[in-house]
Design a protein. Structure first.
Length: 115
């Protein structure tokens, strides 16, 4: 499957093998667990670091990023950027087309909090 990550300006060929899909589901599970924890301040900061590390590890492993490409995730992008990349890659691997993803994103923005 061809997955173009705009922020990296690169297209990747990713085969959705069981190993890759397990990684997708593990990412979703880890992020859900981390977002459900609302313990202490220290845990909040610790969890924030884990989120960044988990997302970067997922992108590096799934897209087979080189060392310099992986370092770029840490040096050139913020947490929102890498979260968007991981969400996009996960959605594509779970069968969504680019059109489905854009539609879903626009519906989310429309139904978001109103001021």
């Amino acid at each position: 499957m061809k997955i173009h990550v705009e922020k990296l300006n690169k297209t990747f060929d990713v085969t959705p093998t069981n190993k890759v899909m397990r990684s997708v589901y593990q990412l979703q599970l880890d992020l859900a667990k981390l977002s459900a924890r609302k313990d202490k301040v220290v845990d909040t900061f610790s969890d924030a670091i884990k989120v960044i590390d988990t997302i970067e590890a997922f992108l590096t492993k799934t897209l087979h990023l080189s060392k310099s490409e992986a370092e770029k995730l840490d040096d050139d992008f913020d947490q929102n950027d890498i979260s968007e990349m991981a969400s996009y890659v996960s959605n594509r691997l779970m069968g969504m087309s680019d059109e489905d993803i854009k539609k879903d994103e626009s519906e989310s923005k429309e139904s978001g909090p109103k001021k």
